[in-house]
Design a protein around this ligand. Structure first.
Ligand code: SF4
Length: 198
């Protein structure tokens, strides 16, 4: 069994916060262990809780379309959430729940070692850049300690606010170009030029 599969099995038994009492299924994440791209959403919703898989509701269908727009299928990337169990009535996750769940995502990132982490939505953004506003930094890559961080709006945002849809689509279309340019740059140059890449 791979290190990632072993980790996911471990996550399935987690009881480290209140959300364990409310879940139908834990949603550890899915995709390939050698993914270049790691998408991090917020928390499972009803569909995800039912199926134990991330992004399988309407927002997930939009994410699949976005991936297809850059020639990818979800099997070729990794998709997970900041929180692995659904908060009741889809309420916002509490700080203590985010903290309790943090170690799982840390370990997933450690095993996968993606080239780029795409944060989807504000909880995912806040995990890495707590003082930033998504409306200001979406679509702008940053390279920190060898990983490119790329903030995007959550796909669900487009379902509630149609005007965000073209913005999300345009941000996704920039990803292949960012990856291609990042590969050409040595680590130091990429870091020093992080805000001038695009
Ligand atoms: S949300 Fe995270 S920390 Fe809480 S029970 Fe689920 S897996 Fe464990």
């Amino acid at each position: 069994m791979s290190a990632l599969a072993e980790l996911c099995d471990e996550i399935l038994t987690c009881q480290d916060c209140e959300l364990a009492r409310h879940r139908t299924n834990v949603v550890p994440g899915e995709g390939t262990e050698d993914a270049n791209l790691f998408f991090i959403g917020e928390a499972p919703g009803w569909h995800e809780d039912q199926q134990g898989r991330p992004f399988v509701g309407p927002a997930g269908q939009f994410l699949d379309q976005l991936l297809a727009s850059i020639g990818l299928r979800r099997e070729e990337v990794y998709i997970a959430n900041v929180i692995k169990c659904r908060p009741p009535q889809n309420r916002e996750p509490l700080p203590e729940e985010i903290q309790a769940c943090r170690r799982w995502l840390d370990r997933q990132i450690e095993i996968i070692q993606p080239q780029m982490i795409v944060t989807l939505g504000r909880y995912s953004l806040a995990r890495h850049f707590p003082n930033e506003s998504i409306s200001k930094i979406h679509g702008k890559p940053r390279k920190l300690e060898g990983i490119i961080y790329y903030p995007m709006y959550h796909p669900a945002a487009a379902l509630h606010q149609g005007s965000l849809r073209p913005i999300i689509e345009a941000d996704m279309l920039k990803i292949p170009q960012i990856l291609a340019k990042a590969k050409e740059l040595p680590q130091e140059a990429a870091e020093s030029q992080q805000l001038s890449l695009f």
